[in-house]
Design a protein around this ligand. Structure first.
Ligand SMILES: C[S@@+](CC[C@H](N)C(=O)[O-])C[C@H]1O[C@@H](n2cnc3c(N)ncnc32)[C@H](O)[C@@H]1O
Length: 238
């Protein structure tokens, strides 16, 4: 856990993406997490960060544990309170018995794991038969590296360009001034097939449009308001 860039940049994440700071979390991610995890007696939040999903789900009545590799996230999660419990652990080696949870969520975290397969195998092990796995991803197709809105003034065409989708991309992305974090791109089929190998079969998918609060903050995205940024998969363990 020593060369983990998230230890250095946990404060940046907490300031810009949690506690009401980010409209996509407030208007989309947190409501979708509540909707898709509703009624689960026990929920594990893998890569929980400072705990915003865990707190939200626990407030709905579930018994929730959040785990994250980053000490600076887990310490903040514990300090921010709420009804969830927090444990420092790697998604690739979950410190729980087989079948221990009714539901597991991983939100915008698998993109930071290379390889990601061991964490999905751990989900398959720790999830009870019939349990739900809710996975949030940056949309792997439409947000592939080098994708974006093109306004071709010469040809008079406007369109969304998709980058080299089938190529694995491993990069240190500069997400803010001096803030570099690792991001991995893989095609969607890789996620789906590893999940299927672990008995996690997709039963529902959401591709919501960018929410109004995001478009208000990012007017340059308004032309692309019908291009989703987020993908949610809900799978059931068979
Ligand atoms: C983009 S943040 C998302 C945090 C949280 N899921 C949320 O949506 O608010 C990604 C998180 O993944 C965590 N992470 C990265 N690699 C991990 C690993 N191997 N095991 C567990 N957590 C990991 C980081 O520490 C960071 O908190």
């Amino acid at each position: 856990m020593s060369d983990n860039a998230w230890e250095t940049h946990a404060g940046w994440w907490q300031e810009h993406f949690t506690d009401g700071a980010d409209p996509e979390y407030e208007e989309q991610v947190l409501p979708l997490a509540s909707e898709h995890l509703a009624g689960a007696a026990s929920v594990l939040d893998v890569g929980c960060g400072e705990g915003q999903l865990s707190r939200r789900i626990a407030a709905g009545g579930s018994w929730v544990v959040g785990v994250d590799i980053t000490a600076n996230q887990i310490t903040e999660a514990a300090a921010r309170g709420g009804d969830a419990r927090f444990v420092r652990a790697r998604g690739e080696a979950l410190p729980f018995a087989a079948g221990a949870f009714d539901a597991i969520v991983i939100c915008l975290t698998l993109e930071h794991l290379a390889p990601f397969e061991p964490a999905v195998h751990e989900v398959g092990r720790v999830l009870a038969p019939g349990g739900r796995f809710v996975l949030f991803l940056n949309h792997p197709l439409l947000q592939a590296p080098d994708s974006g809105w093109v306004d071709d003034q010469i040809l008079g065409e406007q369109y969304w360009r998709v980058g080299p989708y089938l190529e694995d991309g491993v990069s240190m992305e500069e997400v803010g001034p001096g803030i570099k974090l690792p991001f991995m791109h893989r095609p969607l089929s890789r996620y789906i097939n590893v999940m299927a190998d672990c008995g996690l079969l997709v039963e529902h998918m959401d591709e919501p449009p960018p929410p109004p609060g995001f478009l208000a903050q990012a007017p340059e995205y308004s032309e692309a308001a019908l291009i989703p940024r987020l993908l949610l998969l809900r799978a059931r363990k068979h």
